[in-house]
Design a protein around this ligand. Structure first.
Ligand code: UDX
Length: 443
């Protein structure tokens, strides 16, 4: 068993640390945030990730947390970099946290392998290799080992990956990293460092492309009266296409897809290639979030003075992550239109995320007197939203289902006007015109 250091106690770092400890390795996780490290030492987990608390508690003996670089590296054979690489204004990845780790590596005699888990532009490994060599750190090997775990199921994904990608300059370094994964049954893809980096970016860009593609199919379905759910089912049975990532909705968000698509587009651009397709993927995704607004307007007329309940704030169910969440764009657009917004999420602190909105303690609180309820995140708690008690609490029984979570027929049977994404709108859905609405239409 090995001694492993992990830089970064975010989603990726904590899951990586806990899962390697579960495999029997000794792990020291290092973060710059003292508060976070103190919390972890006290047995509290600063993020919501199913199964992570249990795994950290179960393997507490093999896990330590520190703010000290020396402690994280002391005795370690392998050091993972799992720090954030957020997008900058230009769309390039911000690698400052990665470079800080590289710069902090002390001089030493002992062999050490630095493993990049963070998503970085292709070519980063080569730059880091050069920097290490220039500092005389030839004892430090470098391996790219991108992570493919999805939030909300990261612990499961780590233990049951589709593949493990290992890109190394030196085969022996790759072997060391491969050995750490003993006990995980998955194909191993050994590659050069540039290709390993590209596998990660290309995979996320392709998954994002599928989502934008199916979202555009959904938008056309609405115009021609087809149902995207059926269309996706029929497409997904073709083994060449497969059923995954064909859920039409409100657009993709999260810490990876938006960032990685834009990073790949920038990378191509910086290298002299215009990646046209990715520009469209990004644009379609931006517009998809905003289509909810026009759906609301179609039913409610002007949104000024209307009350809209946003149900779900996390970028997807099963996580408290709100990075690039469609809820943020929707809330801002609604408020800009002059609507009052109430916001509910089972995990995200609504008051903190959206101070301009009214934080609701419960779904009932959120929809009370609302002119529309918008399902933004596919939380299980929302699956039975279309019930009479909810209808009676609302000023108008209108549901815009950004995740196609509900059964349209059932919602309509209860008396809701219902609009999903890419599903036919029946004539009966259009709400009766109120005198106010008539006035607005005439104005
Ligand atoms: C993703 C990748 O799955 C993972 O491999 C990578 O390491 C990090 O990025 P994550 O961001 O946690 O993981 O979420 P994921 O479940 O993949 O969903 C990404 C976004 O796409 C979410 O906003 C989700 O709602 C959306 N999505 C996903 C769709 O709109 N439709 C789909 O069919 C699938």
């Amino acid at each position: 068993m090995a001694r492993i250091g992990v830089f970064g106690a975010g989603y990726v770092g904590l899951v990586t640390g806990a899962c390697f400890a579960e495999l029997g390795h000794d792990v020291v996780v290092r973060d710059v945030l003292e508060e976070k490290i103190e919390q972890l030492r006290a047995g509290q987990v600063p993020i919501y990730e199913p199964g992570l608390d249990e795994l950290l508690a179960k393997n507490a003996e093999r896990l330590a947390f520190t703010t000290s670089v020396a402690e994280a590296i002391d005795g370690a054979e392998v050091v993972f970099v799992a720090v954030g690489t957020p997008p900058t204004y230009s769309g390039d990845a911000d690698l400052s946290a990665v470079w800080t780790v590289v710069d902090e590596l002390p001089q030493g005699e002992r062999d050490l392998v630095l493993v990049m888990k963070s998503t970085v532009p292709v070519g980063t490994g080569e730059k880091i290799r050069n920097a290490l060599d220039q500092r005389g750190l030839t004892n430090v090997g470098y391996v790219s080992n991108p992570e493919f775990t999805a939030e909300g199921r990261a612990v499961h994904d780590f233990a049951h990956p589709d593949r493990i990608v290992i890109g190394a300059f030196d085969e022996a370094d790759g072997d060391k990293v491969e050995a750490l994964h003993a006990g995980i049954d998955a194909p191993i893809v050994r590659a050069d460092v540039n290709s390993a980096e590209m596998i990660k970016l290309a995979s996320n860009a392709f998954l994002s492309t599928r989502i934008s593609f199916v979202n555009e199919i959904a938008n056309v379905c609405e115009l021609v009266g087809a149902d995207v759910q059926k269309v996706a089912e029929g497409m997904g049975l073709d083994h060449r296409l497969g059923p995954h990532f064909l859920r039409a909705g409100i657009g993709f968000g999260g810490s990876c897809f938006p960032k990685d698509v834009s990073a790949l587009k920038q990378l191509a651009g910086n290298s002299g290639y215009h990646f046209q397709l990715l520009s469209a993927v990004i644009e379609v995704n931006e517009l998809q979030k905003r289509r909810v607004i026009s759906k609301l307007q179609r039913h409610l007329g002007r949104l000024r003075g209307k009350r809209i309940a946003l149900l779900g704030l996390a970028f997807k169910a099963g996580t408290d992550d709100t990075r690039e969440a469609p809820s943020l764009v929707l809330a801002s657009r609604l408020i800009a239109e002059g609507a009052a917004v109430s916001a509910w999420d089972p995990i995200v602190d609504a008051a903190r995320l959206l101070p301009q909105a009214e934080a609701a303690e419960s779904i009932e609180d959120a929809v009370r007197d609302a002119d529309a309820a918008v399902i933004v995140t596919e939380w299980d708690q929302l699956r039975d939203l279309a019930r009479p008690e909810i209808r009676d609490l609302m000023a108008r029984p209108l549901i815009v289902d950004g995740r196609n979570l509900l059964d349209p027929a059932q919602a309509r049977a209860v008396g809701f006007a219902y609009e999903g994404i890419g599903r036919p709108v029946s004539f009966g859905d259009v709400l009766p015109e109120t005198p106010e609405r008539q006035h607005e239409l005439e104005a």
